[in-house]
Design a protein around this ligand. Structure first.
Ligand code: 3DU
Length: 247
């Protein structure tokens, strides 16, 4: 990610979330968008709503390969959240299709949870990015609840404990919503330079690029503001420029 970001002079990750009635149209639309916007991106992110209709080893793999041709790593936003054996298999399939990193949920814990995902990923030189605080309102109900930290016995917000786990687990990234810049600031203090913050939620969800970057977001994940724009390439360029200026 660092290499791609330095080379492309961008910290914008395109979330390719499109709606089309047919998989063939979804693929051609996705390829077109990627072609138009790739000069302004540092990575691509796919969600299950793309992989399901496209097929992992069919359309999704084509998108992954195309992104790689453009020099962009590809993240699978799988939000992995099951028992260890299932998680490992999910991650392995995505890695086999060429994805460079997966997003996983810290709620499921380490032992018989995410440990096999981290072990598999790091053996294959792939990445794991953990959710620390999501961008939507309901995030407070889970990520924001006060819980007793089993290590200290003290009450702490769940996301602070997740940020500490991201460090402990040697995560390759932590997701913190751009809609909560104060949470970005707070988690950035815990994570420092060791775990970069990936921040979704600018534009359509109400977050602001400059505020998120100044608070400590290293990468910005952007979907609708680019993909639904009249001129997606211009929208991607504007976001890229704004983010670069705010550093
Ligand atoms: O709101 P946008 O259209 O810019 O899309 C944001 C993308 O990031 C979308 O794919 C969503 O699933 C993902 N995401 C979040 O929005 C919030 C999170 O905490 C994690 C991922």
């Amino acid at each position: 990610m660092e290499d791609a970001s330095a080379k492309m002079k961008s910290s914008i990750i395109l979330a390719l979330d499109l709606e089309e009635d047919k998989p063939t149209r979804l693929l051609s639309h996705s390829l077109r968008l990627l072609e138009a916007t790739h000069p302004y991106l540092c990575a691509l992110k796919l969600n299950r709503q793309a992989v399901l209709p496209l097929g992992l080893f069919q359309g999704a793999k084509k998108l992954v390969d195309r992104a790689h041709d453009y020099g962009l790593p590809v993240i699978m936003d799988a939000k992995i959240n099951d028992i260890g054996n299932t998680n490992r298999l999910i991650a392995e399939y995505y890695f086999r299709a060429g994805f460079d990193a997966v997003i996983a949920s810290a709620f499921i814990g380490w032992e018989e949870g995410l440990q096999p995902v981290f072990e598999t990923a790091h053996r294959l030189q792939k990445g794991v990015i953990v959710l620390v605080y999501m961008s939507h309102r309901g995030s407070a109900e889970g990520f924001g609840q006060l819980v007793q930290n089993p290590k200290t016995g003290k009450l702490e917000p769940q996301y602070r404990i997740f940020a500490q786990k991201a460090l402990e687990w040697r995560a390759d990234g932590a997701v913190v919503g751009a809609t909560y810049p104060e949470k970005i600031r707070e988690t950035n203090k815990i994570l420092g330079d060791r775990v970069p913050i990936y921040s979704p939620g600018v534009g359509a969800q109400g977050g602001d690029v400059a505020t998120a970057v100044k608070a400590g977001a290293r990468y910005l994940i952007v979907g609708r503001t680019i993909v639904q724009a009249k001129e997606p390439d211009q929208a991607a360029k504007d976001l890229r420029d704004k983010a670069q200026k705010s550093r």
